[in-house]
Design a protein around this ligand. Structure first.
Ligand code: UT7
Length: 332
């Protein structure tokens, strides 16, 4: 028998309609780290740009601050939890592969039986998840998607490894994505994504027999890759959104290292970005929170009055995989 299946009705576009973030209370300074490992405040500030970071208590689960960020984003959107039908949590630091974070977080927030899945593209995860949310809304599969980037890196860090424990931190950032009823209202540009799988050993968990089970990073290799390969991805995201670099008001790269942020921003300036383009430097007081770093930075910049509704933001995430992704987003 031949039948004609009906597709869900398409929506002209998608946009971000709410923001929120959450960090553990505990502030850990460079001096505090220097009490336990051979490092110092000056080295960390100069080489990474971090002054302090937030670290969760061992018994505080990732889903707790993920849910806090998500609730704030829903309230910011002017919605109630029952309006959200889908939740995506971008994370690579759950303590176990199952159960996923998304279903638990949705339950904590009070969503009603949402579609719920996690996405692991490490530090690029938020951009991947935001792109997925935009496509779900445009295709009519979802109406309102809660996208959360949440990490508890402190669980996976070797606190004796000074090359990683000084960088990574905990936190969560969230956005609500909803429909744009006209093409003019569209607030999320096309996703540009990719990976360099040949570099997979450069950031990984040391899981061979006898190894620590903690994060390892070949810092210099990743540093070189990020400072030379990220600006073309950012540029492609701008072009695919039908814009030029001079249209970008705010640049929000993954907060991996302040020297990487500044190096990529410098390249974008050379390629046509305006001198007054604001650049996210949230790593200074948040550390590197992997998939949480981009939404955390945006929420903090908005709270500080550095960005406002309608600003054109260029996001680009990159990290373990190696995976990368970027898109242009209009600030809600
Ligand atoms: O988020 C996912 C993506 N990740 C990234 O993008 C991270 C990219 N990489 C980086 O950000 C940097 O490579 C690091 C911050 C990880 C390291 O900085 P670096 O400037 O590349 O340092 P290095 O590893 O080349 O080490 C330079 C020196 C070494 O000493 P020697 O061999 O020259 O005597 C290290 O042992 O600095 C030493 N060192 C430290 N010294 C004081 C390494 N870590 C520390 C430390 N304190 N915490």
């Amino acid at each position: 028998m031949s039948v004609n299946l009906r597709s869900a009705p398409f929506t002209p576009g998608a946009r971000v309609i709410g923001l929120g973030s959450s960090q553990p209370q505990r502030v850990v300074t460079n001096d505090e780290l220097a009490e336990h490992i051979e490092t110092n405040d000056e080295w960390i500030r100069e080489r990474v740009g971090i002054i302090s970071r937030r670290i969760a208590d061992p018994d505080t689960p990732l889903v707790e601050f993920a849910a806090d960020a998500g609730s704030k984003a829903i309230a910011d959107a002017g919605l109630s939890p029952s309006d959200v039908d889908t939740i995506i949590v971008a994370t690579c630091t759950m303590p176990n592969p199952i159960p996923n974070a998304a279903a638990q977080v949705g339950h904590r927030i009070g969503l009603t039986a949402p579609g719920a899945f996690d996405m692991n593209a490490a530090c690029a995860g938020f951009c991947y998840a935001l792109g997925m949310a935009s496509d779900l809304v445009r295709a009519g599969s979802s109406e309102h998607v809660l996208v959360i980037g949440a990490e508890k890196l402190s669980h996976w860090v070797d606190w004796q490894d000074r090359s990683t424990c000084i960088i990574f931190a905990d936190g969560a950032g969230a956005m609500v994505v909803g429909p744009a009823t006209t093409a003019e209202e569209t607030g999320i540009g096309p996703l540009v994504w990719g990976s360099a799988g040949d570099l997979y050993p450069t950031i990984r968990i040391l899981d061979e027999p006898g190894e620590s089970g903690k994060i390892y990073q070949e810092g210099q290799t990743v540093f070189r890759w990020a400072t030379t390969q990220i600006d073309p991805i950012a540029l492609r995201a701008v072009e695919r959104a039908g814009l030029a670099l001079e249209d970008i008001d705010v640049f929000v790269p993954h907060q991996a290292n302040l020297r990487i942020v500044d190096a990529v921003a410098k390249r974008l300036h050379r390629e046509g970005a305006r001198e007054d383009m604001r650049v996210a430097r949230d790593i200074v007081h948040s550390g590197n929170t992997s998939s949480a770093s981009i939404p955390l930075a945006i929420d903090h910049m908005r709270a500080a009055g550095q960005i406002s509704r309608g600003d054109v933001m260029l996001l680009v995430g990159f990290g373990a995989g190696l995976s990368y992704a970027g898109q242009v987003v209009i600030c809600p």
